[in-house]
Design a protein around this ligand. Sequence first.
Ligand SMILES: Nc1ncnc2c1ncn2[C@@H]1O[C@H](COP(=O)(O)OP(=O)(O)OP(=O)(O)O)[C@@H](O)[C@H]1O
Length: 610
Amino acid sequence: MFTRFHSFIRPIEMVQRKRLVQNASTAATQARPPRVRPSPVLNSMTAPGASASSNIVVADRKHFTSKRFADAPISEHSKAGIKHEFLTDVQDATLERALSGIDLLVQAKTGTGKTTAFLLPAIERLVSSFSASSNVGQILVLAPTRELALQIEEEAKSLLAHHPYGVQSVIGGTNINTEKTRLSSPTTRSDILIATPGRLLDHLTSGLTLRPSVLVLDEADRLLDQGFRKDLERIVGFLPDRLGTKRQCMLFSATFDNAIQEIAKLYLDPNYKFISTLHEDEINTHEHVPQSYLITPLERTLPTLVSLLKHAGPLAKTMLFCTTARGTAVVASVLQQVSASKAGPLLPPIYEIHSRMSQSARTRAAQAFRDAPEGAVLVTSDVTARGMDFPGVTYIIQLSLPTSPAQYIHRLGRTARAGAGGEGILILMPDEQFFLRLPEIASLPLTPYTKLEHIGDPTFDLDERAIGQAYAAWLGFYKSWLKPLRWTPAELVKQGAVWARCLGWRGVTESSGGSGTSGAGRGQRGGGNEVLSWTPPPIAKRTVGMMGLRGTPGLNIVDRLDDGDDNGGGGRGRGQPQQQGARGNRTTGQNQRRRQEKSQVEGRGKVITT
Ligand SMILES: Nc1ncnc2c1ncn2[C@@H]1O[C@H](COP(=O)(O)OP(=O)(O)OP(=O)(O)O)[C@@H](O)[C@H]1O
C-alpha cells in the first residue's frame, strides 16, 4: 500500500516549498512579470469552465520558482532548447545536485516538470563528455509504459534541438528489427535511449551492449513494483558495475511505496540524496483541483457516466479511467453508441486506449486525443495513468476502484498540470466506499458530487462476446478485492451478473428445466407456469479455475468458449480496434514479455491486464 516516503528514507533532504513560494513572491515584484509567461503547453490549456477559446487560467503558481533557465548553470545549447522561462520547484531543487553527479531519489507532485528535471542534467552530462560518435544509450531512461517512453523521447528531442546528440526509443509492440537497425546505424545518434523494460531486455539478450553514465527510472515506484522488478534486476545485470563506471542513477515519481526502500539500495549509491518538494504533512494532490466522489449502484453506472459527460459539456476534455482493458473497451463501445444515437445527449468524440489494442492504434488514439483542442473523451485503462501529459485535460473521471491510492493520485494528475486547473470525479458503487476511508485517500479533499443530472436509461447494443469478455475481466478484477468489499465469491458472481445485465446481456432462456450449470437467476413470468432461467455470460472452466472460483454457484461454466479463448479474450467486440500489431520475428521469450508489458498493474497481488 502506498505510504508517505519521507519517514523511512535517509538521508532526507526536504525542500522548503514555503520558502520557495516566499522567495517567488518577493522576487515577483522585482524580477518577475506579474504572471509567468505561459509555456507553449500552457498556451493550449483551458481551465475548467472556461471556453476553449478563452485565455488560460493559471490556477496554481505554487510549483514555480523565480529562477530563470537563462541564469541556470547549463550550456547555451540547452538553454536554447528550453521552452520555459522559470524553473519549477522540482527542477530547481534537483538541477545543481544532479549536475554534481550524485544519485537522486526525487518525489514531486504530478505535472510539475519532472521530465525536464531529469533530462536536462542528463543532457549536460553528454555535453561534458562530448564524443563525436554516438555512444548508444549513454543516458538510459526507463519508463513503465510505451506511451510514456514516446512522450519522454519527444521532450528529449525538443531539449536536444540545438545539440549534436540524438535520442531513440525502444518499446514493446513495435518491430524490434527496425529498432536494431536504427541503434546500429552509424548515421543515427542514440546518445539518449528511452525504453520500456521488456523491450530493452529483448535487445540486451540479443547482444546490445550498453554502458550508461546516467540511468533514470521515471515512475520509479511503478518500475520497482512486482510487475517489473525482475526485469529491472535483469537489465541492471547486463550493465557494467555501477562503481566501475561511476554511473549516476536518478529515480523519479510522484509517489513511492514501501518496496522502494529495499530496491533503492540496489540502485542507488549509499550517499544518494532524497529530494521531495512535498511537505511532510502535505497532501499529495493539487489542492486547487476539486475532487469529488459519487456513489451509485452498479446497475446505474453507465447512465451516471453519460450524465457526467453530458454535464461536462461538449467542450470538456475528459479522461475516463476504467479498471481493465476489457472493461475499457466495453465502456468505450457503450459511449460511442450513445454518442452516435440521435436520441442521446451530445457527447464529444470518444477515443479509447488500452493494452488490447495494437501499438499503432494506441499511438494513434493518444495522438488524436493529444491534438484535440477541446471536446474529447479518452476512455482509458491505466496505460495512461502515469506520466502522460495530454494538454488541456479538464476532467478526470475514475470509474470504480483505482488499484491503489497511488494510482488514484497519478490518474488525477493527468489534469491540472503545469499550474493549470482541472476537476476529478471518482465513481464508486456502495460496497466500494471503503476506498474513501483508506488513510491516503481520507486525507484528500474529496467531497460528495452533487451536480448529477437525470439522464434516463441510454440504450446501446453490445456484441455478446464483448459483454462476455468484460464480464470475465470484471470478475477477475473484483476477485482481488473480496476482503475489503466484504463479498463472498457467491456475492462476487451475483454482482458480476448485475454488471453483465447492465451492459445489456440478455441471457434469458425459456425452459422448464433451467440451464444446468448456471442458475444465476430464475423467476416466473406473467403469472403463468413458464419458468424463466437467466444465464450469465459463459465463462471457460480454465478461467474459473485461475480465478479460484471453482464451485461458486451462479456461473455459466463451459469447457471452452466458442472463439477458443479460454481467458475470455482474443475476440473483438463490435466497433473495437483490430488487435493485430507489428509482430516481426518474435521469440517465445519476446512474446511472454510482450504479454507482461501489456499487464500494467499489480492489483493487490494480482496482475490485471490494463
Ligand atoms: N519550467 C516549466 N515551466 C512551465 N511549464 C513546464 C516547466 N517544466 C515543465 N513544464 C510543462 O509541464 C507539463 C508537465 O511536465 P511533466 O510531464 O514533466 O510533469 P511530471 O512532473 O513528470 O508529471 P507526472 O508526475 O504526471 O509524470 C509539461 O507540459 C511540461 O512541458
